[in-house]
Design a protein around this ligand. Structure first.
Ligand SMILES: Nc1ncnc2c1ncn2[C@@H]1O[C@H](COP(=O)(O)OP(=O)(O)OP(=O)(O)O)[C@@H](O)[C@H]1O
Ligand SMILES: [Mg+2]
Length: 358
């Protein structure tokens, strides 16, 4: 186990800078997820930590030691990739023990480590099979088994579940989390799927274009996104966001937008008339007897919940909003409904810089 620090990490390929100075600390035993859109630099950062990619600037520290110049094999890190690339001519047992064999570990120790990992991962019955005789999820478990037998200081995962179908992905997500709770090995996990990030992480690092936008626990990022990018990236369905103007409201503030006034609880900052973006999550808008009128466009029942697509505002200044409610509704397309907004859950961002104001 080990703590990991990134200090002002930079990376360029030739003249192209792809990581622009990233710094954060991961505590011993923590499960950190790097999330962000395609091309933002997640894999690059992970590969630099693994020693598979040269570091152009800054320092990476593992267990109190700067590892910039340390070769990958000497960093005591195990990585699981998206393409798990098992050796086809080796059994599950041989695949899992191979890295120890390369290190000339004692055969009795190797056998015990493989047996322990197989038990943890529920692979006991499959040890003598070949990869072609396994399902996708079983192969992914063998790939994790290969990492576990090495008992590394840090586990790295780069989109390990993206080759699996949706149902298996959810199951494996829970397995990886359970595995971490059991082994408590420091883990850095890369995904572009914000749901995976939300459900697995102790802390999430949101990346965008080679920088860190925000770091926090899943619920910190959900409840108080620091800027528009994080607000719109975290949460599904995505937060409703639309432009408006800040107006005084008693001794607080509200936002004037789409021909209506949108409540904001407890906000003091910002100036009247300031251009802002108002954000409200789909679950924080409710159908009510009175309130802002909206036209129903689509009704999507999913059983336990119903999602409504609504149009608010008039022709020149209209916006589509998403509302998610528990249970069911009689509302149908073209109905006019009224919306009550939970002002305590509103988010206000500066339109110019995108920073949070509320
Ligand atoms: N060997 C390379 N040479 C030049 N540019 C590269 C190289 N590898 C990556 N890049 C660029 O660096 C940026 C970051 O790439 P990276 O693979 O880290 O993204 P990512 O966040 O992992 O994306 P994805 O979610 O698609 O895997 C991209 O713009 C990519 O084009
Ligand atoms: Mg990647």
């Amino acid at each position: 186990m080990a703590a990991v620090s990134f200090r002002n990490i930079q990376k360029s390929y030739g003249k192209v800078d792809v990581i622009h100075g990233i710094g954060f600390d991961i505590t011993d035993g923590e499960f950190v997820v790097l999330v962000g859109p395609s091309g933002c630099g997640k894999s690059t950062l992970l590969r630099m930590l693994a020693g598979l990619e040269e570091i152009s600037g800054g320092e990476i520290v593992i267990d109190g030691k700067v590892v910039n110049e340390l070769e990958s094999k000497d960093r005591d890190i195990a990585m699981v990739f998206q393409s798990y690339a098992l050796y086809p001519h080796m059994t599950v047992r041989e695949n899992m023990g191979f890295s120890l064999k390369l290190r000339r570990a004692d055969t009795a120790i190797t056998a015990k480590r493989v047996a322990d990992a197989a038990r943890i991962l529920n692979l006991d019955a499959l040890l003598d099979r070949y990869p072609r005789e396994l399902s996708g999820g079983q192969r992914q478990r063998v790939a994790m088994g290969r990492a576990i037998v090495r008992d590394p200081k840090v586990f790295l995962f780069d989109e390990p579940l993206s080759n699996l179908d949706a149902k298996l992905r959810v199951a494996m997500r829970a397995e990886i989390k359970a595995l971490h709770q059991r082994l408590k090995t420091t883990t850095v996990y890369v995904t572009h799927d914000q749901i995976e990030a939300m459900t697995m992480a102790d802390r999430i690092v949101v990346m965008h274009d080679g920088i860190v936008e925000q770091i926090g626990t899943p619920l910190e990022l959900f409840d108080r996104p620091g800027n528009l990018f994080v607000a719109q990236f975290i949460g599904s369905p995505a937060m409703n966001v639309f432009p408006g103007q800040l107006v005084p409201d008693g001794d607080g503030r509200a936002v004037r937008a789409l021909g209506a006034t949108w409540p904001v609880n407890g906000m003091k900052g910002g100036s009247a008339g300031q251009p802002v973006h108002y954000g409200i999550r789909p679950g924080d808008i409710h159908l009510a007897a009175h309130g802002t009128p909206a036209k129903v466009i689509v009704v999507e029942p999913t059983g336990a919940e119903t999602e409504l697509l609504l149009q608010v505002g008039s022709n020149g200044d209209a916006q589509t909003l998403t509302l998610v409610m528990h249970g069911r509704t009689d509302a149908k397309p073209d109905d006019i409904v009224h919306l009550a907004i939970d002002g305590a859950k509103a988010h206000v961002f500066d339109s110019a810089g995108g920073q949070r104001l509320s």
